[in-house]
Write a protein that binds this ligand. Sequence first.
Ligand code: NAP
Ligand code: COA
Length: 271
Amino acid sequence: MSNPFDFTGKVVFVSGGTSGINLGIAHAFASRGAKVAVISRSQDKVDAAVNELKNYGGEVIGFSADVRDYAKIKETLTKTHEQFGLIDILVSGAAGNFPAPAMGMSANGFKSVVDIDLQGTFHVFHSAFEFLTKPGACLINISAPQAYNPMELQIHVCAAKAGVDMITRVAAMEWGAMGIRVNSVAPGPIDDTEGMKRLAASKEARQLVIDSVPLARYGTKQEIADVCLWLASPMASYVTGVILPVDGGWSLGGTSVSSAGMKKALLSKGI
Ligand code: NAP
Ligand code: COA
């Protein structure tokens, strides 16, 4: 059997692929021969990510675009198709987060996160559909434990990511007959990321989070990327509609564990 993790010539599109977990995913595919397109709002971040990813020797393109702008997202997917061909692997990872109690955020604060995470995912999926390899495309949504564990100070993210997971499930049903697989990966607390800098900034807060993880440590960006490689490989050819926690068991304790650890961490920050 040929190497199932050789992605030579495959086309990968990653929304929010210019930093953190999503850039780690882009790295993983680029270093295995894929042609990679990344998008995010900041042109500087796009340029830096494209330069970094080119070190792996493959073809890389990037575009500055806000996932809240459907026309712009359609344009980036059209350009990706023109330059690379049909899209084999689509990762929707653009997201926003800030910790705040429900009554400490405005309607616009709630809307901003829902528009980026949930509406943005719909924009990416909807505008990519005509350019997907059929059969064979693999779509991955980057979700979060907040999608199924209610978490205080995260009402916007909980609502948005729960919706994202429903997009995963419905799209898996509607598009399965066309040979398109759709899954969510839900990372737990991942080291050296903007997300965890915002949610557990201090050493004490970090320890509180670690104490709530059964594997007793943060995860790495590589560990999330590895699961995405597996999902996109022929090894996962019968896997669709799944919400896959990659969280060291963090979500097993549900609200009683993960939310308590996170809440204590956030409160220790004075929020
Ligand atoms: P990050 O580095 O801030 O990644 C977010 C990415 O999305 C950035 O590239 C950002 O770039 C882009 N982005 C934000 N708003 C956008 C918009 N409106 N349009 C287009 N792009 C936008 O954060 P991260 O912590 O690695 O998180 C990455 C993903 O993992 C997210 O989906 C997050 O919910 C999920 N996650 C993270 C953790 C964790 O431990 N960090 C845990 C669970 C789930 P620009 O600023 O240039 O737009
Ligand atoms: N507490 C309460 N409200 C907040 C807030 C906070 N910490 N941070 C932002 N908001 C509110 C703003 O006040 C604003 O509401 P208002 O217009 O009623 O005042 C609303 O959120 C939108 O803020 P704005 O900065 O204009 O939005 P944006 O679209 O430029 O940015 C965010 C979106 C807020 C999600 C921003 O944090 C972001 O760009 N995040 C991307 C990176 C990230 O979050 N990474 C981690 C991913 S898990």
